[in-house]
Design a protein around this ligand. Structure first.
Ligand code: SF4
Length: 167
């Protein structure tokens, strides 16, 4: 049975990407950003375990969802189970957004793992980079600080250069 460690979930988020989204807040993060919006999600021993089956049941319970969002914490530290979840969601017509304190280029170079690159390749959109308090603004859409990019992953992989979404 596949499990992952989460800080929590939001079953009807309108702030973690477009439309109505099921957000999975993974537990554990290596980045230690100053001003982190979710410091309780940094401890890899914190949070709780949940099975993919249970998450999928919760997602299926809301037929109005547009997609799922993988955030944290650092979701790419648990890339293998999230890759399974991403494929499951896309088979049901849901889009997959992922947030990461790693950059697109780092994930493409298999940081922190080969599975992380696979999860990147499966995502429809990546919001990348650490939260930088000095560049934070409430005027930004779907990101906390201006250094973070909202990246069209399939277009970026196809063109070999980062393609940012216009929002
Ligand atoms: S990447 Fe996110 S969860 Fe991790 S320390 Fe930075 S703001 Fe906090």
């Amino acid at each position: 049975m596949t499990t992952l460690r989460i800080f929590g979930t939001a079953d009807d988020s309108i702030v973690d990407g477009p439309g109505l989204r099921f957000a999975v807040f993974t537990q554990g993060c290596v980045h230690g950003c100053e001003g982190c919006h979710n410091p309780e999600a940094q401890d890899f021993a914190g949070g709780r375990e949940i099975t993919l089956d249970e998450l999928e049941r919760q997602i299926e319970a809301n037929p109005l969802l547009t997609g799922i969002t993988l955030t944290g914490g650092e979701p790419f530290e648990q890339a293998a189970p999230l890759l399974e979840l991403a494929h499951w969601a896309q088979e049901r017509g849901l889009t997959v957004w992922a947030y990461s304190g790693y950059t697109f280029e780092e994930l493409l170079a298999c940081t922190p793992s080969a599975e992380a690159r696979e999860l990147l390749a499966a995502a429809d959109v990546l919001v990348d980079g650490p939260y930088v308090a000095a560049q934070a603004s409430h005027a930004l859409t779907w990101r906390g600080s201006a250094n973070q990019r909202i990246i069209d992953v399939p277009a970026s992989l196809a063109s070999g250069a980062v393609v940012e979404l216009e929002v």
